[in-house]
Write a protein that binds this ligand. Structure first.
Ligand code: PDD
Length: 285
């Protein structure tokens, strides 16, 4: 998977270069998407492109391509890289290269567009998987986390703090409420009700999260978009973290205490089954 797309050209990764005055490099001034590719097909690609559009608008970059052009480039890059393998397609747009370093950006820069593919490794989804571990940390990010910005320094530091503590993910707490993970959304189960925080400015609206809510609605599982307090998180019967690269990761240990009975829960097993079934249907169509 070594072919990348950079500014109109397909090239081997080792030969892809960006000027040092690119604002992505100097300021983290850009946005991105991670799109799962199953059996050579991009998953929920229009939902990802819709969110990309909103992120671009949020940081005042004009979309450099039409929807048709995005589809063409994504399909071509997958074709050149994966055949029919599973992959994570990374798409990044920065504001472009400036003549000299300056915080202000004007409106005459040509955005830098980069797409890459890398192999995807999901966590185990067997019913008897031990699941993942999480710790809670104070959310130190900015207010506009609904924008999928490449400026990820707090997320990176929070994730590393979790890894250093022997955990897989940090669950971020803001004003006493559990918001999401450092790179994933949050679901809990309490008394057979599935709960996830509502979309809000300080949280990324995940594509995986939206699909899970759809699957719950279609299959008569009780799911609610509602604030989750830190106390409710600690009292949950099940906790799941969801993202394009981890799908639905069951968390069985929180801050070194068992979640529920410390094993995967019945609703996780049901929802992961529905999720896999849905993927199969889409891939066959
Ligand atoms: N991150 N919240 C945050 C902060 C994220 O970074 C992500 C995904 C999600 C889940 O969104 P989705 O279901 O659309 O993948 C929620 C990607 C995978 C990443 O940064 O690599």
């Amino acid at each position: 998977m070594d072919q990348v797309y950079l500014n109109g050209t397909y090239t081997p990764l080792s030969e892809a270069c960006v000027p040092v005055l690119d604002r992505g490099f100097l300021f983290g001034d850009g946005v991105y998407e991670v799109i799962p590719v199953y059996s050579g097909k991009p998953f929920r690609v229009d939902q990802h492109l819709d969110r990309l559009e909103r992120s671009l608008e949020g940081i005042r970059i004009a979309n450099p391509m039409s929807r048709e052009q995005w589809h063409r480039v994504i399909d071509e890059l997958i074709e050149r890289n994966t055949g029919d393998q599973d992959a994570a397609l990374y798409l990044q747009i920065t504001r472009g290269v400036m003549p000299r370093r300056d915080h202000g950006f004007g409106d005459d820069l040509e955005p830098t567009v980069l797409l890459t593919c890398q192999p995807m490794h999901y966590p185990s989804q067997a019913a008897d998987t031990p699941g993942g571990r999480a710790i809670t940390l104070e959310d130190s990010r900015w207010q506009d986390c609904h924008i999928k910005s490449i400026n990820l320094l707090p997320n990176v530091l929070l994730r590393q703090q979790a890894l250093d503590a022997g955990a897989d993910e940090a669950i971020l707490i803001r004003d006493g409420r559990a918001i999401e993970g450092s790179a994933s959304n949050l679901f809990i189960v309490k008394d057979e009700v599935i709960k996830t925080p509502p979309r809000q400015r300080c949280m990324l609206g995940g594509i995986t999260r939206d699909l899970i809510l759809e699957l719950c609605a279609d299959n008569h599982l009780l799911a609610r978009e509602i604030d989750i307090s830190e106390d409710e998180l600690h009292d949950a019967d099940e906790i799941w973290m969801t993202s394009s690269t981890r799908e639905i990761l069951p968390i069985t240990v929180l801050n070194q205490h068992k979640v529920g009975r410390g094993e995967t829960g019945a609703l996780w097993r049901e929802v992961i089954r529905l999720y896999q079934e849905y993927k199969q249907q889409v891939m066959r169509s």
